[in-house]
Design a binder for this molecule. Structure first.
Ligand code: NAD
Ligand code: MG
Length: 397
């Protein structure tokens, strides 16, 4: 039995993960489930999966969960706080950790899983954007296997030769790879007139045409900051630079990304837009396990379109490319500013187009340093958040 901790169990990725796990009770056992405040949903999940631990980062919510489970026929222990998240990620009994907390909040628990040499299924892209060098170095030291859950990165992983998967750290060129083609749907505003973007609402921004996801990543998909974060994520996961990656708009989200080789071959991974496929791939790897995703109907899909991204429409994509080239703490700064700006947009305190403006101002003003450890990264993150909040609160954008 493989024992699994699901960090962010109540989110979109967490729910899909539990769906796949429930299809293979002979293979996987849930060790811990975690969330921030959603104790009612976590209570349902605890009743269904009977983990050893349930963790809420919020202490009041944890108390409510304890009371809700008092009459339940299970001996799940309820814990609270960030240290408990770290503990269930690093526990000796755990084989595999699904890292599916959204944003910088996942930094310490996800790092703890890597540090303790787990098989880490990585959905929480923000932590690689913040501290990719530290994560990859720590994985090499501890022997942790990081398997990408982000559909594009999972597709690239599947299209790369096995030796790349087994010996992370070798150069793409040594494997005959010419470039990575990172596909993007273009989100809900791919063809909205640019002049109308300033007035779009959170509801419109979260209505992704192909994927059903959490609010933060949905807004990131609408600004294409998501693709920018994914570009940085890919550089770390596949040991390459932004020059090795071409972003390609593919509105149908049937191809999840591609790898082009020097002989002219282009390998693609296709599938329905359902995160249970990459989750099942990473859970089972190197074997294959059923995911519950219906077979792709190629006749119904009928056509696949491609175009180049438009930087005027999607300035956040350009900013992420710039942050990737700037290196140092620039990606951590950009990520922090973006988390604050997206939260403000979702609360109705910031116009959609001002997300990019906040991000740009914070990135360009930041004093960048070498991210030698997590403290440096967290300091850069905190300062960038302060700056972004100042700009938004003072109405400076
Ligand atoms: P979500 O908002 O649906 O869920 C987030 C989860 O994290 C919830 O369980 C929540 O309780 C927990 N969480 C939030 N803040 C927390 C905090 N401060 N402390 C502890 N836990 C906290 O998000 P999601 O869409 O499932 O995305 C999760 C991650 O996966 C993100 O990094 C996202 O970029 C990535 N991802 C998601 C998808 C998708 O299809 N949803 C696809 C690719 C990558
Ligand atoms: Mg993705």
């Amino acid at each position: 039995m493989e024992r699994i901790t699901v960090l962010g169990a109540t989110g979109s990725i967490g729910v899909s993960t539990l769906d796949v796990l429930a299809r293979h009770p002979e293979r996987y056992q849930v060790y811990a489930l975690t969330a921030s405040t959603s104790w009612q949903q976590l209570a349902e999940q605890v009743r269904a999966h009977r983990p050893r631990f349930a963790v809420l980062s919020d202490a009041t919510a944890a108390q409510a969960l304890r009371e809700a489970l008092a009459d339940a026929d299970c001996d799940t222990e309820v814990l609270a706080g960030e240290q408990a998240l770290v503990d269930v990620a690093a526990a000796g009994e755990v084989d595999t950790v699904m890292a599916a907390i959204v944003g910088a909040a996942g930094l310490l628990p996800t790092f703890a899983a890597v540090e303790s040499g787990k098989k880490v299924l990585l959905a929480n892209k923000e932590v690689l954007v913040m501290a990719g060098g530290l994560f990859m170095a720590e994985a090499r030291r501890s022997g942790a296997q990081i398997l990408p859950i982000d559909s594009e990165h999972n597709a690239i992983f599947q299209c790369l030769p096995l030796q790349k998967a087994l010996a992370a750290g070798c150069e793409l060129a040594e494997l005959g790879v010419r470039k990575i083609l990172l596909t993007a749907s273009g989100g809900p505003f791919r063809s909205t007139p640019v002049a109308e973007l300033a007035g779009v609402t959170p509801v419109q921004a979260c209505a992704h045409p192909n994927w059903d996801m959490g609010q933060k990543i949905s807004v990131d998909s609408a600004t294409m900051m998501n693709k920018g974060l994914e570009l940085i994520e890919a550089c770390w996961l596949f040991n390459c630079t932004p020059d090795d990656i071409e972003v390609l708009i593919h509105p149908q989200s049937v191809i999840h990304s591609m790898v082009e080789y020097v002989d002219g071959s282009v390998l693609a991974q296709l599938g329905n837009p359902d995160m249970r496929t990459p989750i099942a791939h990473a859970l089972g790897w190197p074997e294959r396990v059923a995911s519950g995703v219906p077979a792709l109907d190629m006749v119904a899909a009928a056509r696949l379109d491609f175009s180049a991204p438009d930087y005027e429409r999607f300035p956040c994509l350009l900013l992420a490319e710039q942050a990737a080239s700037m290196g140092l703490t620039a990606p951590a700064v950009l990520n922090a500013a973006n988390e604050v700006a997206v939260a403000a947009f979702l609360q109705g305190d910031l116009a959609f187009t001002d997300i990019a403006e906040v991000n740009k101002r914070v990135l360009l003003a930041a004093q960048l340093t070498e991210p030698v450890d997590l403290d440096v990264v967290q300091l850069a993150d905190a300062k960038a958040r302060q700056h972004a909040r100042r700009l938004i609160d003072a109405g400076l954008v």
